[in-house]
Design a protein around this ligand. Sequence first.
Ligand code: SF4
Length: 167
Amino acid sequence: MICHDDYPTHVVALNVVEILVALALGVMIVGQFGPWAVMVYVAVGLVALTLSLAFGCTRCYYYGRVCGTALGKLTALIFEKRGKEEFGKSRSQTVAWTLTGVTLALPTAAGLLALSQGPTFSSLLVLTAFLGLVAAIVVTHSKLVCSHCREAREKRCTLGGLGSLRN
Ligand code: SF4
């Protein structure tokens, strides 16, 4: 397993573009319920990102480095470093990653609810595009990021550990 200390630019670019497109599709899906729903979705996403940087990335090997999403570099500009040995073990990190999972799940729930209230071609299309992209992110992230990640190799990241096993 070859680990990257700093990820190649093309991997970071692909990851960032995928995540931004997924967030944009997410806004389109929850937007079917009005601007307040978009505000809630964006607020949950921003809180999840901030907590992940503050409690996850500060404890990560990639703090101050270019990880698969480049967030390690961003984190070092904002937050102080924390103990690397705590990575994947602290409750604050579990809360942050759970909220990140909720941010990913919200558009799926909203999309299914919109379909149950009267399916339209556009609501079906945007939900299918979102789910297809999430599936693509799972594959590319595990192949291009987790399989080269030091946290995965040192078994400190459960998700990463799964992703690296597959390769
Ligand atoms: S690899 Fe994950 S936890 Fe580590 S700095 Fe990058 S985004 Fe944060």
